[in-house]
Ligand binder design. Structure first.
Ligand SMILES: C[S@@+](CC[C@H](N)C(=O)[O-])C[C@H]1O[C@@H](n2cnc3c(N)ncnc32)[C@H](O)[C@@H]1O
Length: 433
């Protein structure tokens, strides 16, 4: 027999948990959304940053020049090409290479095609999701000399990484090489995720803008490639201490640089040639723990991407671009309010950095009915960064005290108050933590 509260029970069972109730990371709802909309988040990234975020990767020649130069015209595939920071230094240095380049963000591919150095004789750029679209529909099987994979695999969820490698394996020549660079566990940016609710799964996090980053361990990386038909030719853990003198900070950046080849694919001559540079990883018989010990941990002069925006991601400092200006017009007032940009709101724990509909309504009520606060002393609790109710009230109240518990919200509130209220009203509006 149905119990009397069956409808409530059913409704409760259908509830979707959107925000995590604990500090254990993002909820399944958001985890699924980040996966489903991964392409969209990256496309918005390029809409926002265009080609200004990453610096050109000029280290490729120094690190991997001996793989790229040499006899004959080399065919390269740059996967996850972004705005082309790997492509254009390569075509400038090597007149004989042809580069296929793909990304799942249509805006990124468009940035490549509209780059001043783009020419169809040297580059073919196309949209492709490496986890879904078959590369062999664009490129002949076993035809590529080199695949470059620079800070791309970390953007893919670990469950789907095997699909990417199997996809690439089909188009790489048996003697070809996959040149890899990506984040390592212990990188400063990973440490900065600790304590925030941005963890999706082990070593996998979502950034404020919805793009994701995985941090590889040596074991994970070697097993992943081996299980998907590759052997390791070189694998280095690179560490660099970066100093920011003005902020008095020392940052440890860590990443892996590796070269992989298709298992059983190398002919004996290239094998010998390879072993000059090889450490122990290329050999099947080496036990993982030996490989771990043999890992070269080097403090070196690799060039690190420290463009301003990467630095701000690392320092956690909101750049002015993280904010957006919105206009609010409660009757008789015009307020320009700075709030956290919409694309950053979804991972922001604070509820005080956005403007709530209820605040708009209340500000409107107060603006239409100034007698509610006229001649009175008013305290607003949890006003958030907008503080629009307090600002509207400051016109008629004797004193307004606007409060919030979030220092970031107060910081923005200060800016909003200063830019919207002129003396004598501004002295009436105080903020306390
Ligand atoms: C950090 S950027 C690296 C860009 C470029 N490789 C470079 O050297 O500057 C990562 C790129 O991977 C792309 N990406 C992420 N997941 C992808 C997927 N499943 N298929 C294709 N591209 C992907 C993103 O759109 C982004 O452009």
């Amino acid at each position: 027999m149905a119990s009397w509260n069956q409808p409530q029970e059913e409704a409760a069972a259908q509830k979707i948990q959107i925000y995590s109730t604990s500090n254990t990371g993002v909820s399944p709802f958001w985890r699924d959304k980040y996966e489903r909309d991964a392409k969209k988040y990256w496309d918005v990234f390029y809409k926002r940053h265009q080609d200004k975020f990453f610096k050109d990767r000029h280290y490729l020649d120094k690190e991997w020049g001996h793989y790229i130069s040499g006899a004959g015209k080399k065919e390269i595939l740059e996967v996850g090409c972004g705005a082309g920071n790997t492509i254009f230094p390569l075509i400038a240095t090597y007149p004989d290479v042809f580069i296929h380049a793909c990304d799942f963000s249509p805006r990124a591919v468009n940035l490549v095609k509209t780059h001043k150095d783009f020419t169809e004789n040297r580059v073919s750029a196309f949209v492709c999701d490496l986890t879904i679209d078959d590369l062999s529909k664009h490129i002949s099987t076993s035809s590529l000399d080199i695949v470059t994979m620079i800070f791309v695999l970390s953007a893919v969820s670990p469950e789907k990484m095997p699909l990417v490698l199997q996809n690439i394996r089909k188009v790489l020549k048996p003697s070809g090489r996959l040149l890899f660079r990506d984040y390592s566990v212990g990188d400063l940016a990973q440490e900065r995720f600790a304590g925030k609710d941005q963890k999706i799964s082990e070593n996998f996090y979502v950034r404020g803008d919805g793009t994701r980053a995985f941090y590889f361990s040596n074991d994970f990386l070697t097993s992943l490639f081996k299980e998907n038909g590759f052997d390791v030719e070189e694998l280095d853990l690179c560490c660099k201490q970066v100093e920011n003198r003005s902020r008095e900070l020392v940052m440890n950046r860590r990443w892996f640089q590796a070269v992989f080849y298709v298992t059983g694919g190398l002919n004996s001559s290239s094998c010998n040639e390879a072993s000059v540079k090889v450490d122990l990883f290329g050999q099947e018989s080496v036990k993982p723990e030996v490989a771990e010990n043999a890992l070269k941990e080097s403090v070196n002069n690799f060039e690190v991407d420290l463009s301003e925006s990467v630095a701000s991601e690392m320092f956690g400092i909101s750049s002015p671009e993280d904010n957006e200006m919105i206009e609010v017009n409660p009757r008789g007032c015009s307020l320009k309010i700075r709030v956290l940009s919409k694309e950053y709101q979804h991972t922001c724990k604070s509820t005080g950095l956005m403007l709530w509909e209820s605040a708009r309504l209340m500000a409107d009520v107060l603006a239409r009915n100034p007698t509610i606060v006229a001649g009175k002393r008013m305290l607003e609790l949890g006003c958030g960064c907008g503080g629009i109710c307090s600002m509207v009230s400051a016109n008629s109240a004797d004193l307004v005290v606007a409060t919030d518990g979030d220092p970031k919200a107060l910081e923005l509130l200060n800016r909003n108050v200063t830019s919207n209220l002129k003396p004598p009203f501004v002295t009436n509006c105080l903020q306390i933590d």
